[in-house]
Design a protein around this ligand. Structure first.
Ligand code: FPP
Length: 246
């Protein structure tokens, strides 16, 4: 399988939204929407693998999601554990590395243990990386980076004047992961919702009205086609305008 368009993203990040609405449309409990959403996760992971997209980051649970009803939160944590157990053999078979970003200490111990075990078992794989954002908030990530940099400065290890963008980037949760080229958001909302705020500086955004449980291969390919047609200028001039006079 090959990706459509002239450029293929190296890193795709997805805000998986609309599980609740999908379930509500059917008169089903919200957890049914999350379960169907887990199927979309499997589908997109497979597509990234087949297309050679090396990094896939999924916003699976935000720092803010803890305020949801206890039954939904515990259902989501159970689903996450089920997904990891169900897919572990796929990670090994395809040499896929599992990582997480976010406040791991917030997660229930059994989930944390399962994640840590699979992270360790897949740490040396290099065919691609699946990065789950769990209890993740970009402002929390940036505040933690600021605290770590300030602590280093206080210990005399670092001159505050020497702090650059690269210093901040080096203190994020996954500093070795390139910034996302493409951020997809399902269910039509036009916002980043505290997701990868630093890393999204030059990401291309793609918003689709499709609800996450319905988001499958044709929808992902449509996002890649749209990305392939974008002109990425990073603040400069693109294409024919490069030689324009002022
Ligand atoms: C947002 O939809 C989605 C979530 C808060 C959870 C995402 C979880 C999954 C896709 C399932 C499992 C994940 C993995 C990694 C196996 P929403 O509930 O806010 O939808 P709504 O806006 O329609 O209410």
């Amino acid at each position: 399988m090959s990706a459509p368009g002239k450029q293929v993203p190296k890193h795709v990040a997805i805000i998986m939204d609309g599980n609740g609405r999908w379930a509500k449309q059917r008169g089903w409990p919200r957890l049914k929407g999350h379960e169907a959403g887990a199927e979309s996760v499997r589908c997109v992971v497979r597509l990234c693998r087949d297309l050679g997209i090396r990094y896939l980051t999924l916003y699976a649970f935000s720092k803010e999601n803890w305020v949801r009803p206890e039954a939904e939160v515990s259902g989501l944590m159970r689903l996450l554990r089920w997904y990891l157990g169900d897919q572990e053999h796929e990670f090994h078979k395809h040499k896929l590395r599992l990582r997480t970003i976010g406040c791991r200490e917030d997660l229930p111990a059994p989930v944390r243990r399962e994640i840590e075990r699979i992270e360790q078992a897949t740490a040396d794989y290099d065919a691609g990386q699946l990065i789950l954002a769990l209890s993740y908030g970009a402002r929390t990530e940036l505040a933690a980076a600021a605290r770590a940099i300030a602590a280093r400065a206080a210990r005399g290890e670092l001159d505050p004047e020497s702090v650059t963008e690269a210093t901040v980037a080096a203190h994020l949760y996954a500093p070795d992961v390139p910034d996302p080229d493409l951020i997809i958001r399902t269910s039509g909302e036009m916002r980043l919702s505290n997701f990868l705020l630093w890393q999204a500086a030059y990401s291309e955004l793609y918003v689709t009205p499709v609800l996450w449980p319905d988001f499958r291969e044709p929808d992902f390919m449509a996002a890649l086609t749209a990305f392939g047609a974008r002109s990425r200028r990073y603040g400069g001039l693109g294409g024919d305008d490069k030689d324009a006079t002022c």
